[in-house]
Design a protein around this ligand. Structure first.
Ligand code: NAP
Length: 286
């Protein structure tokens, strides 16, 4: 029997409906949650991500600021903008779209954002809090994946989970969230030896490579009834596809996310949710 589809569009729609209600309750109390996004340069994929985030934020009633900056912007100019947003009591969440141009130090910029306004959950403070199970603003993609699994009551405890990605955005925080829920986690990457052997032992595979020339998950790499979560985004003849050979893997897996319509919409829903959380935190409203 083919896998059951994990529908990120449907789950994110229900989260956004709840957030819309919450935002309107906050508006009545005089709080207008505001998300400021910053895009540096003209990368078309990043521009689409920002456009989608802005649109979804407006849909749930958030106030938004959309800062678009030239790619020759200096580190100092970007820092000044972040400082001014940090000091603006009307702004509750700040998101800097990654990647930044090469001449800008990404770590320094991310860590200029006040942790209480860090709605991407990427600052060193929020990463550290995540390690201690104390984070209130968690990275959006990993927390979106956890929400999806919970929505469908998919078992996490004691599962062998293989994550193919070790970035600060996806793999590392996701591994922590999975550990919190008592999974046994293996993190794989480009230097992993015998990846196929590890994959065949996995109850759940979460792949986020994003380059089909380097890696495609096919049905021979997946054990019967495995759960397959596809985070990767690739363009193939102008079409958005994931890391997974969906047609073959869905015949073997028990659950599977599509691309598009799986993890992507959940990432955005979690960003909106983090912005509302930040608006409720007095230190983001100084
Ligand atoms: N849907 C969403 O909401 C969402 C959100 C975030 C990211 N994404 C997508 O997820 C993908 C990854 O994003 P990222 O920012 O984490 O990118 P990244 O930092 O480039 O991560 C890619 C990961 O894949 C690993 N890798 C590369 N080739 C491999 C191979 N042959 N075998 C095994 N592992 C391999 C890399 O290993 P090394 O560490 O050794 O280089 C790295 O850990 C991208 O497609 C991105 O667009 C989607």
């Amino acid at each position: 029997m083919p896998a059951t589809l994990i529908d990120g569009n449907a789950v994110s729609t229900s989260i956004k409906a709840r957030l819309t209600k919450r935002v309107s309750e906050l508006n009545e109390k005089g709080i207008s949650p505001c998300l400021a996004t910053i895009l540096v340069g003209n990368d078309p994929a990043s521009a689409i991500y920002i456009q989608n985030k802005q649109k979804a934020a407006k849909q749930v009633g958030l106030v938004t600021q959309d800062h678009r900056l030239k790619d020759d912007l200096s580190q100092e100019e970007l820092t000044l903008l972040i400082d001014s947003l940090n000091n603006d009591s009307q702004v509750h969440g700040i998101l800097v779209q990654l990647p930044l141009p090469e001449h800008i130090n990404e770590f320094n910029i991310i860590n200029k954002i006040l942790p209480s306004k860090d709605v991407d959950g990427l600052t060193a403070i929020n990463s550290g809090l995540l390690l201690h199970r104390e984070a209130s603003l968690k990275p959006c993609t990993p927390s979106g994946i956890m929400k999806l699994l919970d929505y469908y009551n998919i078992r996490i405890m004691s599962q062998n989970v293989v994550i193919i990605n070790r970035s600060i955005l996806v793999g590392k925080p996701l591994a922590l969230l999975m550990l919190e829920r008592d999974a046994t986690v293996t993190i794989c990457h480009s230097k992993t030896v015998n990846l196929n052997h590890l994959l065949l032992g996995a109850d759940m595979i979460i792949t986020a490579v994003g380059d089909r020339n380097k890696f495609v998950l096919n049905s021979e790499m997946v054990k019967e009834k495995a759960i397959v979560i596809d985070v990767g985004t690739n363009r193939q003849s102008g079409k958005l596809v994931g890391d997974v050979d969906f047609e073959s893997v869905k015949e073997k897996a028990s659950w599977i996310t599509p691309v598009p319509g799986g993890v992507g919409p959940m990432t955005i829903a979690m960003l909106l949710s983090n912005t509302v959380t930040a608006a409720l935190n007095p230190s983001s409203r100084q």
